[in-house]
Design a binder for this molecule. Sequence first.
Ligand code: T4K
Length: 373
Amino acid sequence: MEILDSKPILVTSPLLPPLEEFQSYLEDIWKRKWLTNNGYYHQELEKALCEYLGVEYISLFTNGTLPLITALQAMRISGEVITTPYSFVATTHSIWWNGIHPVFVDVDPLTGNLDPMKIEAAITPRTTAIMPVHVYGTPCNIEAIKEIADKYGLKVIYDAAHAFGVKLNGESILKAGDMSTLSFHATKTYNTIEGGALICHDAKTKQRIDYLKNFGFAGETEVVAPGINSKMDEVRSVYGLLNLKYVDKAILCRQKNANYYREALKRIRGIRFIEDMNGVTHNYSYFPIFVDEKEYGISRDQLYEKMKMHNVLCRRYFYPLISSFSTYRGLPSADPVNLPVATQLAETVLCLPMHHELTEQEVERIVKVIKKR
Ligand code: T4K
């Protein structure tokens, strides 16, 4: 394939703290000789994140998948869990890892989030919880989901991997449901290289989560649950503390880029994007567009390949749908007939480059490729 532009534009670029600052903290860790297991910087990061995010209880993890697995464990969820096929595969994996049956429900066409109108029909006597995802950081319809959960006595665990810092009417979106999880992977708006967190709403639950992420140990000689090792170490905690100082500025850069994109794309027929929602403080973690082949002239995959030719490296989040992977496609709820909206979104979505270092010129270069059909 001939590459027409020399400088690649990646879909994302990690937020990195200044190296000198990081080095000076590393020296301190070297002096302390305390590397992991609820160290000083781990505690500091938990405090700082509670304050930044506006939540009371947070537990740090080594990635964004283990908090999902642990949340289900902590609440002793069993039977069936209703979830979305339009997500990263970790969402469904966390359910399966707990020996629970995922039940896929279709999504809302505008946001890609679990459609509350379709949840009730999927509830059976075995249903114990709902695991929705705030896809791209756009809040789910939390009121409608709460109403259904309350009516049927179900727990709600939000996969908020994309929703770092997102607020609804001034309140953290992480306050919704029984628990929420975050991913601090390198590709996320806020990262600790690898990392994640579990947010809950009371001290007793946090205690249980902290036991579970440390093999189930409650003190030196007592194991209260079959826990796992998912502790964040001191080096990544310091990295996280430093990145917290720069994340607001990074989000502003992302917002500026989202505005450039929207302005430039709004008159292109067959290209749809998601608008900001009223009352929501967004974090601009992704910039998905949806390609209507009939209107636009070429398919999403043709555009994806054309972008590659121009050295613009987009991602098809989320394609294929989780429900179409061989691991899950045998489940009754995985039938595409049951999931027409998610199927359509997965076939038309393309996430354009979105990160804090993207320049206006690069956005122009990307839009030029989209315009040149
Ligand atoms: N729930 C949801 C809804 C999620 O989206 C995710 C993860 C999870 C749960 C689980 O959280 P974690 O356990 O991962 O913390 C990426 C990420 O690996 C994954 O974290 C993320 N979602 C998913 C949506 O995307 P890939 O396979 O697309 O990433 P990769 O390595 O191809 O990188 C994408 C782009 O980023 C490349 O163009 C290069 C650039 N990049 C990547 C890395 C790792 C960099 O510039 N620097 C880097 O260090 O999965």
